[in-house]
Design a protein around this ligand. Structure first.
Ligand code: GLU
Length: 449
């Protein structure tokens, strides 16, 4: 289960050699290649024409300088990235991440995962990703705007409704998308709404897009729990993070009858024995743009804040890592299992380390990999593109209903594929194979390009 087919080992060797030091990218590729041995023995045509090697090499990588002026009048320089990974199924699609940890390896791991995630949605979108090492923390609104404008002055040459459609990710939400769309519109003199998704409702955004990633991950896990004749109802859940994904995962878990015991940010985590008060988290994070430590200060009794430490020490039935990559280690996985966890759903991209994933898969815990569980965000982005193309705007209910159906379909495709390939219940295998087969079939049809 955890080894690479000998025919695929040279592909991984090439990736490691060609992308030296890009550890997260190696990690993401290795995980997919580990799943593909079963595919090439059943469908040997996918091993022809260097198809798998081609899928691991981005079609195009763009790296650029982003100069901007801070509030003190000083010039700041950041690095911008956009990786056009695979366009077999549609225009490149994927978010922009603004975070100091961003480098080309991080963007490539995210772009690579995006190919298979987007394929799983069943919608016509290829895979791409971008961002910058810009740190938005503590920056004024004016600084954010000037940075976004400078970023778009370069990025606009590489994107377009039929070429590449960026959206948000960590550090990029509605405010940033608005500033970037404004500059794109000015530079091109075109109101090309479908060039970016995650837009505000007043200028072409989709209802339920803000909620979609978190809601979608909760829909996926609810369906997965259903395979064991259970549900979120009455379950104690721990959701790491308190950004866009975590907040709306918590909201849907609460609607499904679950209780949220703890959430976090990059400084620490907060445990509330009465259940996390989501309205307060939203006020702190979405309105004040503050830190989660404020939660415990406001709430007081029955609730405590732990600076640093691991949120996975908090006992729970369902764990939803929804902060960032490699935030849940093998040690954390063992702690969660010892504390009786029954399901883990990745809200973030690759939040569990490879050994954590292996421990969950071996232990019989239900495990939903991010590229399937968090696909609701990008799926709703594709719905936003559909609405823009038809100059239409759907109701919240209609959009959410489509999201729910897409998540159920992704779940079922992963479950059925895992069964078909001899590993029932293995959602990692099911997601990797099911996403890969869709892309590989299109790539074969399009020839060697
Ligand atoms: N950044 C999100 C993801 O990781 C959404 C991308 C999009 O909507 O294009 O899938």
């Amino acid at each position: 289960m955890n080894s690479i087919d000998e025919k695929l080992q040279p592909v991984l060797n090439t990736v490691i050699h060609r992308n030296a030091g890009e550890l997260e990218f190696h990690q993401a590729v290795r995980e997919v290649l580990e799943s593909l041995g079963r595919v090439i023995s059943k469908r040997p045509e996918f091993a022809e024409d260097a198809l798998i090697e081609r899928i691991c090499e981005p079609e195009r990588q763009i790296i650029f300088r982003v100069p901007w002026i801070d509030d003190q009048g000083d010039v700041q320089i950041n690095r911008g990235f956009r990786v056009h990974f695979n366009s077999a199924l549609g225009p490149y699609k994927g978010g922009l991440r603004f975070h100091p940890s961003v480098n080309i390896g991080i963007i490539k791991f995210l772009g690579f995962e995006q190919i298979f995630k987007n394929a799983l949605t069943g919608l016509p979108i290829g895979g791409g990703k971008g961002g910058s090492d810009f740190d938005p923390k503590g920056r004024s609104d004016g600084e954010i705007m000037r940075f976004c404008q400078s970023f778009m002055i370069e990025l606009h040459r590489h994107i377009g409704e039929y070429t590449d459609v960026p959206a948000g990710d960590i550090g990029v939400g509605g405010r940033e998308i608005g500033y970037m769309f404004g500059m794109y519109k000015r530079l091109t003199n075109r109101y090309e709404a479908a060039v970016l998704t995650g837009k505000g409702l007043s200028y072409g955004g989709s209802r339920a897009r803000t909620e979609a990633t978190g809601f979608g991950s909760a829909y996926f896990v609810e369906r997965m729990l259903g395979t064991r004749a259970t549900s979120f109802d009455g379950k104690r859940c721990v959701v790491s993070g308190s950004g866009n994904v975590a907040i709306y995962a918590m909201q849907k878990i609460l609607a499904f009858g679950g209780v949220i015991a703890a959430c976090s940010d990059s400084d620490g985590y907060v445990v509330d024995e009465a259940g996390i008060d989501l309205a307060l988290v939203k006020e702190i994070k979405e309105v004040r743009r503050g830190r989660i430590s404020e939660y415990a200060r406001v709430k007081g009794a029955g609730c405590h804040y732990i600076k640093g430490g691991s949120i996975w020490d908090v006992p729970c039935d369902v764990a939803m890592p929804s902060a960032t990559q490699n935030e849940l280690t093998g040690h954390d996985a063992k702690t969660l299992i010892a504390n009786g966890v029954i399901a883990v759903g990745e809200g973030a991209n690759m939040p569990c380390t490879p050994d954590a994933v292996q421990i969950f898969r071996n232990s019989g815990v239900l495990f939903a990999p991010g590229k399937a569980a968090n696909a609701g965000g990008v799926a709703t982005s594709a719905l936003e593109m559909q609405q823009n193309a038809s100059r239409d705007s759907w109701s919240f209910e209609e959009t959410e209903q489509r999201l729910a159906t897409i998540m159920h379909n992704i779940h079922d495709a992963c479950a059925e594929t895992a069964k078909e390939y001899g590993a029932p219940g293995d959602y990692v295998l099911g997601a990797n194979i099911s996403g890969f087969v869709r892309v590989a079939e299109a790539m074969r049809a399009l020839g060697v390009v």
